[in-house]
Design a protein around this ligand. Structure first.
Ligand SMILES: O=C(O)c1ccccc1NCC(=O)[C@H](O)[C@H](O)COP(=O)(O)O
Length: 266
């Protein structure tokens, strides 16, 4: 793992200590009452020959500030994304390296009707009790042997787990779990380099696995997409949806950039 990721995990462990000190770990919160179905949203979007875009409310990435985003701004950004045809909103909640917040997520989920993904470094089950979201990110390369258990706990808590992988080993572990959504992260968490070929390499492996086992996973290509060509490339490789943060947030026109990506197949 890159030293940045090690630092993020250490910082997350400190956050977890605070949660454990403050909350009842057996608290039964986070059971969804209202389901926002991302799989249906993706299927519907694809049937219109549009791109299923999960647009990310991302204030920063390690060492890079993108835009100050407080709850009111997060809501305004998410509404622009929704209006432009995004099928879901991803909200960063990691505070130290991504300047995200639980308040941003809570405000967005209240004000938009799309499924909302909690984008964070989830390494302990107590984090499931922190806040409601429709989807939750689980990173195979960080959770390793705990992946299967965390997927099961997330499902039991009412979350739709998005299991993120970057290489074939992680993918094989992800496919052993009950997760319906596999995120292929084009960003290598050991080097932080981005290579869209990651999706080109891994998506066909998922497709073949599904054919052989009569299953259907939803494939989400994540990170490093900036333009129509990037989107077309990963969709052609078999991605059902794309997750885009930086290029939308930095564009200066959230609505226009999101729409450009949604309409990439026109
Ligand atoms: O965004 C980063 O630089 C980053 C660094 C270390 C770990 C994770 C990181 N990103 C998390 C993400 O998954 C992205 O925010 C998401 O896929 C959107 O990517 P992008 O469109 O490249 O902002």
């Amino acid at each position: 793992m890159h030293s940045v990721i090690n630092n993020i995990v250490k910082s997350t462990e400190k956050r977890i200590q605070r949660i454990e000190n403050e909350a009842d770990p057996e608290e039964n919160g986070s059971i969804r009452t209202e389901k926002r179905d991302i799989v249906k949203a993706i299927t519907d979007k694809k049937s219109q020959n549009k791109v299923a875009v999960i647009a990310e409310v991302k204030p920063a990435s390690p060492g890079k500030k993108l835009r100050d985003i407080m709850p009111d701004d997060a809501v305004m950004i998410a509404k622009e994304m929704e209006k432009a045809g995004a099928i879901a909103i991803s909200v960063l909640t990691e505070p130290e390296f991504f300047h995200g917040s639980l308040n941003n997520l809570e405000a967005v989920r209240k004000e938009v009707s799309l499924p909302v993904l909690r984008k964070d470094f989830i390494i302990n089950k107590v984090q499931f009790n922190e806040i409601e979201s429709d989807l939750i990110l689980l990173i195979a390369g960080i959770l390793r042997d705990n992946l299967d258990e965390m997927v099961n706990l997330a499902i039991a808590k009412g979350f739709e787990p998005l299991v993120e992988v970057h290489n074939q080993n992680e993918l094989e572990e992800a496919l052993k779990t009950k997760a319906r959504l596999i995120g292929i992260n084009n960003r290598n968490l050991s080097t932080l380099e981005i290579d869209l070929d990651t999706t080109l390499k891994l998506a066909p492996i998922i497709k073949e696995y599904d054919i052989n086992n009569n299953l259907h996973h939803t494939i989400i290509s994540e990170s490093g997409m900036h333009n129509i060509e990037d989107i077309k490339m990963v969709i052609e490789a078999g991605a059902d949806a794309v997750l885009v943060g930086t290029s939308i947030i930095k564009s200066g026109d959230i609505y226009a950039k999101t729409k450009e990506l949604v309409d990439a197949l026109d």
